[in-house]
Design a protein around this ligand. Structure first.
Ligand code: PHE
Ligand code: ZN
Length: 875
């Protein structure tokens, strides 16, 4: 028997239709006889009817499985299979199913042919699995839903020569040799888990080992497993893991709960990493780092992803999701936790600024377009399409607002209650919310709209000032624009952290920063007895994920840039000013000298953290400028914005040349490379200066970059220099690219940078160059990292070329999406989001994009993943 992919028009799954499972599983025993083709999986499930279920027949999910044999309590049965699974209504003799029985099934699959990278697949000769969200059903027939939790015992048999390492969840309990050069290992996980947390790895892997003793006294063996040759690049992942484990003990009172914790690096992976119980599987680019191969930004990302996956052990694994609509329960919370970790380990204001930059670039973009959806969606066609910036990043902002509203103590009390009350359960957002209500005594009915209402709220602010009595008032008006399926919006609870600055820049409020809560469409806040009209500093620390709309002046922005005691708002004032100046330049104005003065003052202020100054010197991106243009009422012109942004950078470099040269000379870091935050901050500032100098473009400037590239002994110095040369189309670029290629051709993680830096270069013939790179022997389009580093980087990181007026960029992306969709729907569907901003462009581009979306929609055999994305974008 063989089941095929469904091709009928898919029906949405609805939150409102949730029903408890009809059957529960006591225990799972899996045996894998691993082979590239014809892997045999034997699954033995001890099933029990759920007293709270609907009493229906046994329904098991299964996709692309060959069912070899099945039995109930040892007696063979032949269940009815279909494209999505099988149904068993009775025993072989026709009797009704008993209330408890043992189901056993033997199925066959072909890991080698699995290019979707979901279920069991081969990555460079290594067997590995990816089960979240619904990959387990591609391994065996199973109730593939997170509220069915069970204990697993897993036996793996494989060729001993090609697969010396055999790993699964939990603890190793047995291993040994088998005939014909094969061997086996048996793993047991004592913690009940949903099947999406199952994992298996078998391959030629080398382990880096460390020991960790938890606060509770448990001895844990930590392992980071990589391909032979990569052992020298595991130290930072291991160090990050150890610091994460300590931090979770300290900050949340959460200790690790098994004797083994393993991390495995794989080359072919759709996402960043996966929190499988005791066996985290990572995209190799988020594990491997050495000074020569990884930039400071790579190190920081490794640290935060290792922490994120580790933190899932409590927020995701011990307490999991009832159904996939609750995805933000584990993701929003875990992102918030990894953000806190990075803020503690590095710099809190710098981390906050970086997170807000990402939030706006990805989540505000999503929330403002056709793919907008609530943090907790109410329906989906393909759950893989909902691993979004809204679920993750806005989901984290919602947790952050609870932290702001209740303070660190109230927050900790609520989280303690959550862990105590729900350990071992599959929960919904309501369970989490109730812990806050019970711990703090506050009703969160209105606050909960943050989970159900999509769209980025807009908060307008007006002021009034009365000399007499020193009365100052702020009037806030909130509204949320309509989003697909949600025409009308209700007021939210918006915590606004604010300060008032006096003429010399001092904080006028005794507490410095005050939190006011907006709960109505209009809220007025008044202050009395002020000595003079203050300058307000609003939404300090970006205390809510909203768009603040307020008439302000250049002078006030410059004042806040110079004086705000809130580091975030100091940066924010400069960012907003930069956006204004760039948009005025796109409209024909010259670079505003007052802005350049203010920027120069900030960049040269030695009392400020270099990492902060580096962020202040970042030029707003073209996509941000495009969306801001549209928000102000005109369609975005990508080429004009590109030119304006370039001109602004040139003007800044012209005005600040001396300071930039000094920064580039002085912000060096003595001694051997270290990825610590202080050293990384100095390099970030130095490289920001270099980038601007190269934008100025004098021969000396280019030579400076070329010299840095040649002399660099680490990637953090080498790569920004290479990028500056390539993006400026400097005469030295070709030689630098060739040298980089020759040194790193055999290293996939590093070569992704080589592809990406070219894909994002805004040359006149950018698309031609990208097309040529698709013919490069190292362009392996079935590897998601490589595909993203070229096709994805072009679509997301080269706006002036991607949005070329003739539509060639759009057609190029659509061609590749159609091609990849047949192999890897998940990565294709994500990348289709490059089209989500179609509505902000002129009618001509809108039509060109819609033509391509329609062409994709009409592609024969289009996946459910991409089909859903395209139809939502077409509206
Ligand atoms: N759950 C993973 C994380 O957030 C992400 C992921 C989703 C990975 C789906 C693979 C597949 O850490
Ligand atoms: Zn996660």
């Amino acid at each position: 028997m063989r089941t095929e992919d469904a091709s009928a028009a898919p029906a949405p799954v609805r939150l409102a239709d949730y029903r408890p499972p009809a059957w529960l599983i006591e225990s799972v025993r899996l045996t894998f006889d691993l082979r590239p083709r014809g892997t045999r999986v034997t699954a033995r499930l001890a099933l029990r009817r759920n007293p709270d279920g609907d009493g229906g027949p046994l329904r098991l999910d299964g996709r692309n499985l060959r069912l070899v044999a099945a039995s109930v309590d040892g007696a063979p049965v032949s269940p009815e299979t279909d494209a999505e699974g099988l149904t068993l209504s009775g025993t072989a003799s026709g009797a009704a199913l008993p209330d408890a029985f043992v189901w056993e099934a033997v199925t066959e699959i072909d890991p080698e042919d699995n290019k979707a990278l979901e279920g069991l697949y081969l990555s460079r000769g290594m067997f590995c699995t990816q089960c979240e969200a619904q990959g387990f059903r591609k391994i065996t027939f199973f109730p593939d839903r997170p509220d069915v939790m069970a204990m697993y015992e897993v036996r793996i048999e494989a060729d001993a020569g090609s697969c010396p390492a055999l790993l699964s969840n939990g603890d190793l309990i047995e291993s040994g040799a088998l005939p014909k050069g094969r061997h086996y290992a048996v793993w047991r996980d004592p913690h009940p888990k949903p099947c999406y947390l199952f994992a298996l790895v078998a391959g030629d892997l080398r382990e880096t080992r460390a020991d960790f003793t938890t606060v509770e006294g448990r001895q844990v063996r930590l392992g980071v497993w990589v391909r032979p040759g990569d052992e020298g690049r595991t130290a930072y992942a291991m160090d990050s893991l150890i610091r994460s484990m300590r931090w979770d003990e300290r900050a949340y009172g959460r200790a690790y709960d098994l004797d083994v914790f393993n991390i495995v690096a794989v080359d072919d992976f759709n996402m960043g990493a996966m929190e499988n119980k005791g066996l985290n599987i990572f995209n190799a680019k988020y594990v491997l780092a050495s000074p020569e191969t990884a930039t400071d930004a790579d190190y920081a990302r490794i640290e935060s992803i290792v922490a994120h996956e580790y933190f899932h052990n409590w927020t995701g694994n011990r307490i999991t999701c009832r159904d996939w609509f609750q995805l933000c329960l584990k993701e929003g919370l875990t992102v918030f936790r990894d953000q806190q970790f990075t803020a503690d380990e590095r710099s809190a204001p710098v981390k906050r600024i970086e997170d807000v930059v990402t939030l706006r670039a990805r989540q505000f973009r999503e929330d403002g377009g056709p793919l907008a959806h609530p943090v907790r969606p109410e329906e989906y066609i393909e759950i893989n399409n909902f691993y979004t910036a809204t679920i993750y990043e806005k989901g984290a902002e919602v947790i952050g607002m609870l932290h702001t509203l209740f303070g660190p103590e109230g927050y900790r009390k609520a989280l303690d209650l959550y862990f105590e009350r729900h350990d071992g359960q599959a929960c919904a957002i309501e369970d989490f919310r109730r812990c806050f209500e019970d711990a703090t005594g506050r009703d969160l009915t209105q606050f909960a709209r943050w989970w159900s209402q999509a769209g980025t709220p807009e908060v307008g602010v007006e002021e009034s000032w009365q000399e007499d009595g020193g009365r100052y008032a702020l009037i806030f008006r909130q509204s949320t624009p309509p989003t697909p399926g949600q025409p009308d919006k209700a007021p939210l609870v918006i915590p606004v952290a604010l300060g008032l600055l006096g003429a010399n820049g001092d904080d006028l409020l005794p507490e410095g920063t005050r939190i006011v809560e907006l709960t109505e469409a209009e809220t007025a806040v008044t202050f009395e007895g002020l000595p003079a009209r203050p300058v307000p500093s609003l939404l300090r620390g970006f205390s809510a994920p909203v768009r603040l709309i307020r008439e302000t002046s250049d002078a006030e922005r410059a004042f806040l840039m110079a004086h705000d005691s809130d580091a975030f708002n100091r940066w924010e004032a400069g960012r907003a000013y930069a956006v204004d100046v760039a948009l005025r330049m796109a409209g024909g104005a010259d670079a505003d000298p007052a802005f350049l003065d203010a920027l120069d003052a900030l960049a040269s202020d030695e009392s400020l953290d270099p990492a902060f100054r580096a962020l202040a010197l970042e030029t707003p991106g073209e996509d941000e400028l495009a969306r801001e243009t549209f928000a102000r009422g005109t369609p975005a012109d990508p080429q004009a914005l590109h030119a304006a942004r370039d001109a602004l950078r040139r003007a800044a470099a012209g005005r600040m040349g001396d300071a930039l040269e000094r920064l580039h000379r002085e912000m060096t870091v003595p001694g051997p490379y270290s990825p610590d935050a202080a050293a990384a901050g100095r390099r970030a500032l130095r490289n920001r200066a270099l980038g601007l100098l190269v934008a100025r473009g004098a021969p000396d400037d280019l030579a400076r970059a070329a010299g840095q590239f040649e002399r660099a002994d680490n990637m953090s110095d080498a790569f920004p220099a290479l990028a500056a040369l390539v993006h400026a189309d400097a005469p030295q670029a070709a030689a630098a690219l060739a040298a980089f290629h020759d040194r790193w051709r055999d290293d996939p993680v590093v070569m992704d940078k080589w592809f990406a830096v070219q894909a994002t270069a805004p040359a006149d013939d950018a698309l031609g160059r990208v097309r040529a790179l698709t013919e490069h022997p190292l362009f392996d389009w079935l590897n998601p990292n490589r595909f993203r580093s070229l096709v994805g980087a072009f679509a997301a990181g080269n706006p002036s070329a991607f949005h070329a007026a003739d539509g060639a960029g759009y057609a190029f992306l659509a061609d590749w999406l159609i091609r990849l969709d047949a192999k890897n729907p998940q990565t294709t569907a994500r990348m289709a989001g490059a089209f989500e901003t179609w509505g902000i462009y002129d009618a001509g581009r809108q039509r060109l994009i819609r033509d391509q979306l329609e062409r994709i929609a009409a592609a024969p055999g289009l996946s459910r993943d991409t089909g859903e994305m395209v139809s939502r974008m077409l509206g």
